[in-house]
Ligand binder design. Structure first.
Ligand SMILES: Cc1ncc(COP(=O)(O)O)c(C=O)c1O
Length: 399
């Protein structure tokens, strides 16, 4: 059989045909514990009954009209997101890259409104913001740029988690209008900044009248144990926040939220999306938010974060090859001193779905719905694989 899919992904040799909760079943009937959630998307797991019901009922009622008409479900979702985040207004789109594109357009127009002809957005080394031309240009990874030059101009990069570097860049670039960053770098290898970093970025942005634009595409919607990762820093509010991934639990939807100086920048005719915020996507997103709230899933994240961190530390702390274990809610990064991408295949063979970021960081993003038993199973399977990997490498080195 020929396969006409454009080969833009390096795919693992498995296909899933069914899911339930944190479990997936492949074409051979083998079951896998999903510790990746479709890369931070299926926070409610697979085939969640509330999501199934929302999709079927809304599909039987109304899927799509157009943004040339009012969409009551879009208005309800915008109100709900504003309530949960403290942000003021929401633009809806279909993906993380599109949410970031909206943010980039807001930053540029904000700059023009202040008389800056060639606005500059400060972005971070090691960041990931998407695959469109502007978002890949914002991304701090040369592998993502390669082959697509010339990049979109107007981005200046600084090291992540280095407030002095950011201060210097702002002083050096009078055209700087915004700082765009992830509160925790996901693709970059679960990089968690120092506790005060985001607040310091906020202060700098406020002093210099720059927009603080937080890419919460991976960290948002309960993933870190708060609705949004910025809420771990008391009293902090970004000017722009970008969401996607778990907002729809698999139904494509993205959102760009604004507050403060970012409100009112985009006016009628400045931006749009055919599908963005259609009734079906908004109904599902509302159901996602209500389910996380009603089922107290962020409490589950906090409780099981402690269980899992404790489990990993107990099992792996004696191994100097394990450089560091980082965790924020249900974002786990186990950094080894060596590249370990082979572990993805080995985990698959052992019935566990994981991923490796930045070549040497085992990345785990389990669904928020896992129970204590599943959390312990992830810890024991991963710990066993890591120890076997370390010991096999040592044997090779000695030989
Ligand atoms: C932080 C962050 N921003 C943006 C994106 C891009 O999102 P999408 O693939 O929905 O365009 C991702 C995807 O991994 C992400 O992790």
């Amino acid at each position: 059989m020929t396969n006409s899919v454009m080969p833009t992904y390096g795919r693992l040799d498995v296909a899933f045909i069914r899911g339930e909760g944190a479990w997936l079943t492949d074409t051979e009937g083998k079951q896998y514990l999903d510790a990746l959630s479709g890369i931070a998307v299926c926070n409610l797991g697979h085939a969640h009954p509330a999501i199934t019901q929302a999709i079927t009922e809304q599909a039987a009622t109304l899927i799509h009209t157009s943004n040339i008409y009012h969409i009551p479900l879009q208005e309800q979702l915008a109100d709900k997101l504003a309530d949960l985040s403290g942000m003021e207004q929401v633009f809806f789109c279909n993906s993380g890259a599109e949410a970031n594109e909206a943010a980039i357009k807001i930053a540029r127009k904000y700059g023009h409104s202040k008389g800056v002809d060639k606005p500059v957005i400060i972005v971070m080394d090691g960041s990931f913001h998407g695959r469109t031309m502007a978002t890949l240009s914002a991304t701090g990874n040369s592998k993502i740029h390669a082959g697509f030059e010339p990049l979109v101009p107007g981005f200046v990069r600084v090291p992540f988690n280095d407030i002095d570097a950011l201060r210097m860049a702002i002083s050096h670039w009078p055209e700087a209008v915004a700082v765009m960053l992830e509160p925790i770098q996901g693709e970059g290898g679960i990089k968690i900044p120092a506790p005060d970093y985001l607040a310091e970025v906020r202060d700098l942005c406020t002093q210099r009248k720059l927009l603080m634009m937080l890419d919460e595409v991976q960290t948002g919607i309960g993933r870190t144990g708060e609705w949004f990762a910025f809420q771990h820093a008391e009293g902090l509010l970004p000017d722009v926040m970008m969401l996607a991934k778990a907002l729809g639990n698999g139904m494509p939807i993205g959102a760009c939220l604004v507050a403060g100086d970012a409100v009112g920048i985009l006016e009628a005719g400045n931006h749009g999306s055919t599908f963005g915020g259609n009734p079906l996507a908004c109904k599902v997103a509302l159901t996602v938010l209500n389910t996380i709230e009603n089922d107290k899933l962020m409490q589950n994240v906090k409780t099981l974060n402690a269980t899992m961190v404790h489990g990993f530390e107990k099992a792996l702390s004696g191994y100097s090859e394990v450089k560091v274990i980082r965790a924020a809610g249900f974002m786990f990064g186990i950094e080894l001193i060596k590249p370990c991408t082979v572990l993805v295949q080995q985990a698959l063979e052992n019935g566990l779905l994981i991923n490796v970021a930045a070549d040497n960081v085992i990345r785990l993003l389990p669904p928020l719905v896992i129970n204590a038993e599943e959390a312990k199973l992830i810890v024991s399977k991963i710990s066993k694989l890591v120890i076997e990997f370390i010991e096999s490498q040592e044997i090779k080195c000695v030989a």
